[in-house]
Ligand binder design. Structure first.
Ligand SMILES: Nc1ncnc2c1ncn2[C@@H]1O[C@H](COP(=O)(O)OP(=O)(O)OP(=O)(O)O)[C@@H](O)[C@H]1O
Ligand SMILES: [Mg+2]
Length: 343
């Protein structure tokens, strides 16, 4: 009965996904909150608030309480989490759920405690933490309890988690505070530098998704998109055309950083596991893995096969759900004591 209420949360920089046992993904909303500065009250949460980003009148601010994969604004994160949990569970929280939340590997103890606190004060009976690469691997359908090595590269909005897993644990890893947001920022900087045009975050993200590429080919190099912003010289609205090739140019810095991170983890991977990865290849998850050509670039740079998980955006949330399924076994293994941290 109680187990029916168990839920898994992917508390991401870009979006929050909630997985409910037996139901699948029941919520997928951007991690944005709109607040009225005068009254300090929340006006909107999630998609509704996202539409307000960069468009609010003075006293209303639309903020993203998580930055670079960790909690930047504790109060607002807690309120956002409460809002989403209520939405999923309904007001009548008769049976308090057990909640498992996924955090990036780079999160500090303080940040981890903050997430647990936010979950508990949102009405969870028990709160568990799972690291993002483990959840991502579980969600991608990798058998992580086996003795073979697997490499998962999860590129989110705020962070890139790169990890080698074996026997249900992380053998070596790195967590870079570089993700889709940094790709957007580098596009904004490029357009300002080359065209004296100031564009917003959403425009940059749209450009990245529509024509952005990490690997220029003859077929994609000339794809273009019109983007609008404010001309920094005249102060007036202006439209310019940006090509895929330019987007590639613009994103060089964050792309190189991700590749370097993957290479660093490969360098410290024990040889037996490295041999496994040659066979199994690298699995990419997270919304950032959808960037056109990123799999090709990574494969080219590492000489390894690269696969994108089936549903990269939902992977982590689905993985938290799978971890919930395994909770009973885990609990038994620990003499009935519930683990605070899964695996
Ligand atoms: N088709 C696409 N092409 C390129 N980037 C994309 C695409 N779709 C989504 N993204 C990017 O993926 C990122 C969001 O990914 P995801 O939802 O996995 O992040 P998150 O889990 O919320 O963040 P984090 O794990 O860092 O906390 C955003 O930066 C978004 O722009
Ligand atoms: Mg994520």
């Amino acid at each position: 009965m109680f187990f029916e209420e168990d839920i898994g949360v992917d508390l991401g920089t870009a979006s929050v996904l909630v997985f409910k046992k037996g139901k699948g993904i029941v919520l997928h909303e951007p991690s944005v909150v709109a607040i009225d500065r005068n009254t300090n009250r929340i006006i909107a949460v999630g998609e509704e608030a996202r539409l307000m980003l960069g468009r609010t009148p003075g006293h209303i601010v639309a903020i993203r309480p998580l930055k670079e994969g960790v909690i930047a604004d504790y109060d607002t994160t807690e309120k956002m989490l409460t809002h989403f949990l209520r939405k999923v569970l309904g007001k009548r929280m008769f049976f308090k759920p057990r909640v498992i939340v996924c955090i990036p590997t780079g999160a500090t103890d303080v940040e981890e405690r903050a997430v647990r606190q936010a979950t508990l004060s949102s009405g969870a009976r028990q709160s568990y933490i799972i690291e993002e690469p483990l959840a991502a691997a579980l969600g991608a359908g990798i058998n992580i309890s086996g003795a073979t090595g697997n490499m998962v590269v999860d590129i989110g909005g705020g962070t890139s988690d790169i990890a080698v897993l074996s026997l249900g644990g992380i053998v070596c890893n790195t967590s870079l505070r570089i993700g889709g947001d940094k790709f957007d920022e580098s596009i904004i900087r490029y357009v300002r530098r080359e065209y004296n045009l100031m564009i917003g975050d959403r425009t940059a993200e749209e450009l990245k998704i529509q024509v952005g590429t990490a690997w220029v080919t003859d077929t994609n190099r000339d794809r273009v998109m019109d983007i609008r912003g404010r001309d920094l010289l005249t102060g007036l609205p202006k439209t310019v055309q940006i090509s895929s090739h330019e987007s590639w140019h613009a994103m060089q810095e964050p792309l190189a950083a991700v590749i370097e991170g993957v290479k660093k983890v490969l360098e410290i991977t024990p040889p037996e596991l490295a041999a496994d990865i040659v066979n199994n290849g690298i699995v990419m998850t997270g919304g950032g893995s959808l960037l056109d050509g990123l799999d090709t670039l990574l494969s080219h740079e590492t000489n390894l096969p690269v696969h994108i998980a089936e549903d990269p955006v939902s992977c982590v949330a689905m993985g938290t759900g799978k971890a919930l399924h395994e909770m009973k076994t885990l609990q038994r293994a620990r003499g009935g004591k519930p683990p605070k941290r899964i695996m």
